[in-house]
Structure formats: C-alpha cells, structure tokens
Design a protein around this ligand. Structure first.
Ligand SMILES: Nc1ncnc2c1ncn2[C@@H]1O[C@H](COP(=O)(O)OP(=O)(O)OP(=O)(O)O)[C@@H](O)[C@H]1O
Ligand SMILES: [Mg+2]
Length: 259
C-alpha cells in the first residue's frame, strides 16, 4: 500500500501584499505561503522589498493593501503589539538590543507580559525578579547555556560583539516562544565561525519544529538551510522552489545581475 504525503497546510499566507512609501512601491503585489516546520528563504537584490514584507507580517508596518493570514486568521488587523503574542516574532536588520541592560536583563524583558516590556519598566522590575520572575530568569539562563553565551549574562549587551548581539536578538525572540520566527539577515556582519554556529542553531530550532522565514544574502547559507526559497525583485515574487531549482533560473540571475 502506498501513501501519498499531502503538502502541509501553510501556517502563514501572504496574498497580493502591497506597501508604498510616497511614490515608491516597496512591495508591489507579493504572494507566497510558508509551511510549518521549515526554514523558508526570502532572497533578492537590495531594495527588493524583503524587509518591508517582514515588517508587515510582524505587524510593525501596515500594508497599503493585501492580506497576511496566520493560522487562517487575518494578521494585518491585529494591533502590532499583539502580533508577537499570537506567535509571530521578528528580528531586525540592524541589532536592536538595549545596550545599557545586561544580557540577562535583555532576555527577561523580552518575555511577554513583563512589566519590563518597556525600558523604564525593565529597570523598575529588576529588584522584583527574585520572587516574581524566577521562572523567566531560569528560561533566559537555559537559552544562554544552549547558545553558549552562559558566561556573558552579566555583561552589558552593548559590550557584546556584533555576532553575539545577533544571537541575543534571536534569543530575545525565543523568549516569546514564537510559532513563526522572522529573521532579517541574522548573520550579516558576523564573523564566519559565529555565523556557522548561528546557522547550526537555526537548523536545530527547525528540527524542533519552529517555523522560520529567513532573509539572507549569502546563497551558500540559503542552500544549506532553506527549503523552499522565495525570490523577490521590485516588490514582487519572481520565483520560488528549492534552491537547487532556483539557482539556474534566468529571471533570478537577471534580477541579481541587472537589479
Ligand atoms: N521607511 C521607508 N521609507 C521610504 N522608503 C522605504 C522605507 N523602507 C523601505 N523603503 C524603500 O522600499 C524599497 C524596499 O526596501 P526594503 O528595505 O524592503 O528592501 P530589502 O529587500 O530589504 O533590501 P536590502 O537587501 O538592501 O535590505 C527600497 O526602495 C527602499 O528604499
Ligand atoms: Mg532588508
């Protein structure tokens, strides 16, 4: 008896998404789906609209039109501060840690429902940690150990290397226990050995069932981690499929070479 495996139902569906800035059509009718339990790559030349798509999915930018459905529900109507609580969390293209909080504090304040969701709250909350937030501190420490940063918890986040800040940002997202993690060039500017470590961590997270959408310029990384890959140019999706199929496609080469 043969069993035909059905494609998984998408966890995230982006449909005819548009976003303009003045006269610039940053996203110009992009549609794609993200299946659960995979790392879907989002690639394309500079200015293609990748970060804008991510910001709209994460709720930090409103679309001009179009829809984003998450587990079947329209996400673009959810207030932006509630999107992470639904389970969709993003990293930023530039690191966004609180430089004057310690590494451990950065993780604790990222947990949902904290009085410390704002910087002010974080500082006031500090002295109450021992009693009320012991479980959150324990989760933060477990993440630090897992990502080999256990000895850095008392450093100010501003003292970390560029790569360690990227990792901290990923850990801050994981404190929210997301269902979908949106990553905007998490290895950009990171030294090669730490970049390989981050790559390994992402694969481990995927193997544990976390769904990711990964913007990445380094095609070697995309090839090793992403399946499928969505290619954007000029605000639209111009190709999608496994990286092995995408590499030789003429429209993709054209987008990269001509821009
Ligand atoms: N806040 C903004 N105001 C005005 N224009 C913007 C804004 N954000 C993005 N754009 C423009 O929208 C287009 C798409 O930008 P976006 O940052 O989404 O591209 P990207 O694919 O992430 O590029 P990169 O690979 O360089 O990060 C670009 O032309 C950019 O200049
Ligand atoms: Mg970008």
């Amino acid at each position: 008896m043969t069993q035909v495996s059905q494609p998984a139902r998408p966890i995230l569906e982006v449909d005819d998404l548009r976003r303009t800035f003045g006269g610039v059509r940053a996203v110009d009718g992009a549609s794609f789906a993200v299946e659960p339990g995979r790392i879907t790559g989002l690639i394309g030349p500079n200015g293609a609209g990748k970060s804008t798509v991510l910001a709209v999915i994460a709720g930090s930018l409103r679309p001009s039109s179009g829809s984003v459905r998450f587990e079947g529900d329209e996400l673009t109507r959810v207030p932006s501060w509630l999107v992470p609580r639904r389970g969709v969390v993003r990293t930023f293209q530039l690191p966004s840690e609180f430089a004057r909080l310690t590494v451990l504090e950065n993780l604790v304040v990222a947990a949902p429902g904290q009085t410390g969701e704002s910087l002010r709250g974080a500082i006031f909350a500090r002295r109450r940690w021992r009693s009320q937030e012991a479980d959150i501190v324990a989760r933060a420490r477990a993440l630090l150990a897992r990502f080999d940063l256990g000895d850095k918890e008392d450093l100010y986040a501003g003292e970390l290397s560029g790569g360690q800040k990227r990792l901290l940002e990923i850990m801050r997202c994981l404190m929210v226990e997301p269902k979908v993690l949106l990553l905007d060039e998490p290895m950009a500017g990171v030294n090669p050995s730490l970049a390989r470590r981050i790559e390994r961590y992402l694969l481990e997270l995927r193997d544990e069932g976390l769904t990711m959408l990964l913007i990445e310029h380094e095609l070697g990384v995309v090839e090793r981690t992403c399946d499928p890959v969505i290619v954007m140019a000029h605000g639209r999706v111009i190709a999608q499929g496994p990286m092995s199929d995408i590499r030789g496609r003429e429209e993709v080469l054209h987008a990269y070479l001509v821009g």
